[in-house]
Write a protein that binds this ligand. Structure first.
Ligand code: ZN
Length: 182
């Protein structure tokens, strides 16, 4: 079967990069994401932004992390360096996984996608939970190792290692990924 790829850009939102949960390690992956997204678009690979979009005072996770990516606020918007184009897709999520009670699986099926590339934040949390559901829904999973990150290097590397061991997910450079799409 021919492979068909899609890029899942997880939580590259103002609150995760410069806002409530922002950190320098998140800023460090802006350019790698831009490079990968722009390169993939040119090669016809769908870009799917998977965005936290929490209901204030309602969502379970906010008790643990504090308010972030509250629906309707600037904090919940994709960072301005990664503009969402008309041809891109946006999935709004209220939990770590981009699949949990969202339209992502039906979207991927209708696009004929067989393999997902995970980029964004955080390698060992929302990326990992998204990888779990992708794997369990029979998608091949790849990680963009230059375009994912976490609060610490240790968490990032642990996330990539776990993904390889448990979901058979290779971690590839942007150059390796863009080569695959050709
Ligand atoms: Zn969240």
């Amino acid at each position: 079967m021919n492979k068909k790829y899609a890029i899942l850009v997880v939580d590259m939102l103002n609150d995760f990069v410069t806002g409530a949960l922002g950190c320098d390690r998140a800023k460090a992956i802006i350019q790698p994401n831009k490079q990968l997204i722009e390169g993939a678009r040119k090669l016809g690979v769908p870009i799917i932004f998977c965005n936290d979009s929490h209901l204030k005072g309602v969502d379970h996770e906010l008790k643990h992390w504090g308010d972030h990516a509250i629906r309707g606020t600037k904090g919940a918007e994709v960072i301005p360096e990664l503009p969402v184009l008309d041809e891109d897709y946006v999935i709004l999520k209220r939990r770590y996984s981009s699949f949990f009670q969202t339209d992502l699986d039906i979207l991927l099926k209708e696009l004929g996608v067989t393999s997902v590339i995970i980029t964004g934040l955080h390698t060992h949390m929302c990326c990992r939970h998204t990888a779990a559901d992708a794997y369990q829904n029979n998608y091949e999973v790849l990680f963009a190792k230059e375009a994912t990150n976490a609060f610490t290097e240790e968490d990032h590397l642990e996330g990539l290692k776990y993904a390889k061991e448990v979901y058979d997910a290779e971690s590839l450079t942007n150059a390796e990924l863009l080569d695959l799409f050709k």
